[in-house]
Design a protein around this ligand. Sequence first.
Ligand code: HEM
Length: 486
Amino acid sequence: MDLLHRALLTAVSALSLFYALVKISLGYWKRRGILHEKPKFFWGNIKGVVGGKRHLQDALQVIYAKYKGRAPFVGFFACLKPFVLVLDLELVRHILVKHAGNFTTRGLYSNDGSELLSGNLLQLDGHKWRALHAQSTGVFTPANINKLLPRIVLISRGVQRSLGKERLQTLNINELVDSYNLDVVASMAFGLSADHTEFRRWTQSYWGKFSLWRAYLALEFPLLAQLLNHKSYAVSAMAYFQKVVLGQLQEQRRRDRQPLQTFLQLYSNMDQPLDDVQIAAQAFGFILAGLVPLNATLSFCLYELARQPELQDRVRAEIRKTLEQHSGQLTTEGLKELLYTKQVLNETLRLHTPYPFLLRRATKEFELPGSVFVIARGNNVLIPTAAIHRDPAIYEEPLRFDPDRFETEAKRTRPAMSFLPFGDGLRGCIAAQFVEQELLVGLVTLLQYHRYTPCSKTTIPLEYDNGRLLLMPKTDIHLNVERVDN
Ligand code: HEM
């Protein structure tokens, strides 16, 4: 046999093996006799997502709408990986709350042996997550969050300065809100006080060359990825974040008793504190889990309010009245009174859900009570929160931005688990209360003396960035900003 024949034979054998492996993988739901969306060769049901032609949320929404009402869940494939897509809110409750013990794992890639900062609460699973979670819940208590308010209010003055004194200007809203949220993270999670230029640079580049492909491969073959020492983030960025935290912790210990102002202090003041590198990992988790959704929420919110001036005026009136009643000071009590502003935030989180889905992996088999439906041990489960938030059977005219949906009475008419921007249960967002506080202070500062309207650079309708798993605007949002003193 000559060389050409051998090469041909090897190629044909390799292709046949590949073809057989793909076919076996994509036959998973059929073999189990479970209702599923018919997969396309290799791509499963997410064709167009990996190349950025459509957002994963769009693909999930289509499957959700097609199968909802036919079964509690449907099978689908993200390339070759089988997923359970949950369609029924009762099943959501079982997974997130009632039987959360069967689903404590998220199944994200973490390599905390060599990439130390991936040992954060979002990425870890198993006993490491359990221990860290138990300690972190003592940090994110309502009492502690309230104590951090004065520092956030102080930081928000920087936004007032960025808005300047000009009567009318066109601003890049993403940059504006990023400067606020970044200052909060730099200060609260990293203890930094002054210039954040270098910190900002690393928060924008820590992914290195992020690609959905690499993220997918690490998710699909985590053991192989660990063996190959795959790192999710740029090494230099991780070194920088770690250096900052270790330096700040040393500095903190040198100084004597200080007023409690940051998460760094809270983490290091615990009865059984984490070690310094673990604290650095949680500080990095703040950037990883929080920065993009915080920025996206404030930008989307101003975009929606710019398009509906009467709603914007109502928010501004509420803000001014509340501040007046509290002698111009932003206090915890004052924030509680911003009921309509909170409705606006919730409607933003419903319509533009930053985390469009929740992930769980079954660590034990789960049989849905009173049914024949079984989620097998090891199954990856996806709860399509953005699709639920846009389900017309739950939210009438779901694409309309309408904060009245979050009036107390309206909320009462909706089923449990129909609003999950922060997830729920054991693995829900640990920072939800802090996030609400930060977003409210941000909105008060941005709206008290400024009116936002669309300008020639505003993209309407808004588009999402298909290259990201979270929902964020494809291009920066620009708006006209007018100073309104009264
Ligand atoms: C608008 C802003 C934010 C939104 C919408 C949001 C939403 C979420 C969601 C949906 C999850 C997954 C919940 C689940 O699987 O059930 C999550 C997890 C998490 N979030 Fe947030 N988040 C935000 C900001 C933040 C911030 C600022 C932090 C800072 C510490 C943070 C820390 C975390 C952590 C540590 C987890 C993982 C919790 C665990 O697995 O135990 N988030 N967040």
